[in-house]
Design a protein around this ligand. Structure first.
Ligand code: ZN
Length: 336
């Protein structure tokens, strides 16, 4: 049974035991300003309810803007379970997997998927590089989740800490998606599972947005957001075009190719999703072959393709599995 006694507001003893200093890997303890390293004394201040393991948003500033503005738009409620559906399609995890488990959400944004996991009974730790961490902390205040502002390349956790790790639509927004992914498997307990969802490298329908993003990512988020309101009349134009026999649909297709945009029927989601495409500084696309190789190179096994491309799930070996294979001669392993 996990010790869930909270000695520090929002931070359980269980969590303190797995937290590590980002500078020296020393144990972290409570401090009047937040948390501090018990070895080198580095202080990780708590600001607006979130302990900060980084002092800047770096390349993730647009996400801080985005999730402060759309703080609750994508949170599930009585009427909508869209985040829960997306969570299943992009991780393959369900309540039967996550209930009672310690789970790491890498790049939690405003906390839409962490909210699903906590509803399923998981104890979730969310990290985000941007100040969206503040929004997630507020959204998840009444749940069993804890949120930190932290960098995937400098994660403040001990190895073999988590039962499950997921990262949904995040790692492709780092300067090196593969390197970011490889930071995660060491944090899994033996037998633990990891799932990531990344933008698909198979779909070239949106390729023009990569061209435009060279400019749009340099715009202020406020200005770019105003531009994204253009998807409201554009959506109406698409609907109109598609009603024209024969030429209407190809014309709508050509327009969609030239000006890629989200087509969510809900205008608020449509503006948000379009902003989300055009604002990130980094946005790489990936194939299953690539991602499978990353998983394999980390020693993960039981790899599976999850519903929505590109989503892959894998499991970390138990110590005895690795030992048994090591002791078994290679030739025997290949015999069917
Ligand atoms: Zn330290």
């Amino acid at each position: 049974m996990a010790n869930t006694h909270r000695s520090h507001p929002g931070i359980s003893q269980e969590l303190l035991a797995v937290l590590r200093c980002t500078a020296c890997r020393g144990l972290v303890e409570e401090h009047s300003k937040g948390l501090a390293c018990s070895h080198c004394g580095l202080v990780f201040p708590e600001v607006n309810g979130v302990v900060r393991f980084v002092s800047m948003e770096y390349y993730a500033g647009s996400f801080g803007f985005q999730w402060k503005l759309y703080a609750r738009t994508q949170l599930d409620n009585e009427q909508s379970r869209r985040s829960e559906q997306a969570f299943r399609r992009r991780t393959g995890f369900g309540p039967e997997d996550l209930a009672g488990k310690l789970v790491l959400d890498v790049g939690c944004g405003m906390g839409r998927f962490a909210e699903v996991a906590t509803r399923w009974g998981a104890r979730v730790v969310g990290i985000d590089l941007s100040v969206a961490a503040e929004v997630a902390a507020a959204n998840l205040a009444s749940s069993s989740a804890t949120v930190f502002q932290a960098d995937v390349f400098q994660l403040p956790f001990a190895d073999e800490s988590f039962d499950y790790i997921y990262s949904i639509g995040v790692l492709h927004h780092t300067p090196d998606c593969q390197a970011a992914f490889k930071m995660l498997p060491p944090l899994l307990k033996p037998g633990g599972r990891i799932a990531v969802w990344l933008y698909s490298g198979y779909n070239h329908w949106y390729s023009m947005s990569d061209v435009y993003r060279k400019i749009t990512r340099r715009m202020s988020p406020q200005l770019l957001h105003k531009f994204c309101y253009g998807v409201v009349p554009l959506y109406a134009l698409h609907k109109l075009l598609r009603r024209i026999p024969l030429v209407g649909r190809p014309a709508s297709g050509a327009l969609a190719y030239l000006v890629p945009m989200a087509f969510n029927p809900d205008p608020k989601w449509r503006i948000l999703d379009t902003f989300d495409w055009y604002s990130p500084w980094y946005q790489s696309k990936h194939t299953y072959e690539e991602v499978f190789r990353w998983f394999e190179s980390c020693g993960l096994r039981d790899l599976s393709v999850i519903d929505q491309p590109v989503a892959v799930q894998g499991r970390k070996a138990f110590a005895q599995e690795s030992r048994a294979e090591f002791e078994q001669p290679e030739v025997e392993r290949c015999v069917e």
